[in-house]
Design a protein around this ligand. Structure first.
Ligand code: 13P
Length: 251
């Protein structure tokens, strides 16, 4: 059985004070939650203080990005080992907003994923098609190349430190969720692809999250699908009550 993951991607929102207030509000709402890996991803500047706030709780910390070098003359970048140092257990890699606005490619995703795993982090690797790609029936070929190139050179053992997030770009921040069936179809495709690349056992163990307008009222239907193992939540993760309701989808 795969432990579900509910991760909140806070994107470019919240000061340190707002971020710590949010986790302090969240903690009691999820304190009794069992068998869900709960993750929050604040901005870099809030990581360390949020880590102090979640210490001893069942909430894990993620960064939203990292660089692949350990150190050096790379102004403005943050290395995976520094994320570990700040308390992170997870890091989001290759989010579509990074691909769209910051020139991330499958090649940079691959380098970042390898570096993150080498530093002991779990890499949440994001994939997803745009509306134009879906409408021209390129969804599966896009997902295939994003996964193949993004995970190139990883071993089946190392795949245990990877979580895939399928986020159709047209569903992010739009209020348009993929239907449960549309999401399951792609998740199943991803799992078959992972089985071909890494073997069935490794593929069966990988958590594949859905992202794109996940809300308390649609999470249950998504989670009922056999290959949907959790959610990467944007907007609805910014309020403790709605994020807790998503975390507690099984209650
Ligand atoms: P929304 O939940 O706001 O659509 O964002 C999804 C997302 O991009 C999470 O990474």
């Amino acid at each position: 059985m795969r432990t579900p993951v509910i991760a909140g991607n806070w994107k470019l929102f919240k000061t340190i004070g707002e971020a710590t207030a949010l986790v302090n509000e969240l903690k009691p709402l999820v304190a009794r939650t069992r068998n869900v890996e709960i993750v929050v991803a604040p901005v870099f500047t809030a990581l360390s203080r949020v880590f102090d706030a979640v210490a001893g709780s069942n909430i894990n910390l993620a960064a939203q990005n990292c660089y692949w070098e350990e150190e050096g003359a790379f102004t403005g970048e943050v290395a995976p080992k520094l994320l570990k140092d700040a308390g992170c257990s997870h890091v989001i890699i290759g989010h579509s907003e990074r691909r769209q606005y910051f020139g991330e490619s499958d090649a940079t995703v691959n380098r970042k994923a390898k570096a993150a795993i080498a530093a002991g982090l779990t890499a949440i690797v994001c994939v997803g098609e745009t509306l134009a790609e879906r409408e021209s029936e390129k969804t599966f070929s896009i997902i295939e190349s994003q996964i193949e190139s993004g995970l190139e050179g990883l071993s089946a053992e190392v795949l245990a430190n990877v979580i895939i997030a399928y986020e159709p770009v047209w569903a992010i921040g739009t209020g348009k969720t993929a239907s449960d069936e549309q999401a399951q179809e792609v998740h199943s495709f991803i799992r078959h692809l992972l089985a071909r690349l890494f073997g069935q056992a490794a593929a069966d163990a990988v958590r594949i999250l859905y992202g794109g307008s996940v809300k308390p009222d649609n999470v249950k239907g998504l989670m009922a699908k056999p290959d949907i193992d959790g959610a990467l939540v944007g907007g609805a993760s910014l309020k403790a009550e709605s994020f807790a309701a998503i975390v507690n989808f099984g209650l």
